[in-house]
Ligand binder design. Sequence first.
Ligand SMILES: Nc1ncnc2c1ncn2[C@@H]1O[C@H](COP(=O)(O)OP(=O)(O)OP(=O)(O)O)[C@@H](O)[C@H]1O
Length: 291
Amino acid sequence: MTPDLMEEGARRAQALLAAKPQGKTESGGRAAGFSRPVVHGEVDVAHGRILYLEDVSVSFDGFKAINNLSLDIAPGELRCIIGPNGAGKTTMMDIITGKTRPDAGTVFFGSTIDLLRYKEAEIAGMGIGRKFQKPTVFEQLTVFENLELALKTDKGVKASMFFRLDSGESDRLAEILQTIHLADAVDRLAGTLSHGQKQWLEIGMLLMQDPKLLLLDEPVAGMTDEETARTAELFLTLKGQHSLMVVEHDMSFIKTISEKVTVLHEGSVLAEGTLEQVQNDERVIEVYLGR
Ligand SMILES: Nc1ncnc2c1ncn2[C@@H]1O[C@H](COP(=O)(O)OP(=O)(O)OP(=O)(O)O)[C@@H](O)[C@H]1O
């Protein structure tokens, strides 16, 4: 989530809390920003690509963090991105989401939307959802309220306080609760959830906005084995309905979910293929897997 969206979401959560008498809660000092204008338009995927990067480069103080990077993702694909520390994985996501502007190259959403012409919040509104490594949920709100908050469009704080879900939205919320394995925890304060459950809740908040493309940064870091297995299940459910780009270091998790894996190294694609293919690639073994 972008910083401005985080602030906006936090403002709304505060307004909701002020309207709802309750005991003291800990927020953990974090705030997510899921209430933002959802400007869903059609994304033209007729050419078989929902995301397309070509010859993208960016330098920080003369250091090329992304170096002529070209990559594309098919609609409904679940793509895993791996690579050593500093390979440029986060920077690539920053470029896709408009947080970082590249010095050169092309970044398209579908075949007609030039993402480099849009700001971070606009890109989020087009249906590109991003999940950072640490969970950012509103800890002092319930699971239900977090999901509800994620649906509220940019109606201003007052309007959002009186926001009511229509029946279609209620159905969607119930469906997402099942998908993220939190149907039994709907009334629990998010702050009382386990780390894995918070991660799922945040994914649920993104899903409430029906993103076309989800970027997920190390989603299973810090999870128990059981939570990791459930997250794999979750991603396999989401694949097809959404396109997913998952950055992970956990190879057994990748093995469970992956079809195509892209290996980044020094800001470029080093190898691409099935996990087995990239694991047997000498260059990959040298720079990453064999270390
Ligand atoms: N804003 C910045 N200013 C200077 N250097 C940066 C900046 N952002 C990234 N870098 C550098 O660019 C390189 C790529 O960083 P990036 O965080 O994208 O790698 P990564 O593949 O996500 O690594 P990790 O697996 O450790 O998260 C690193 O050498 C990093 O230090």
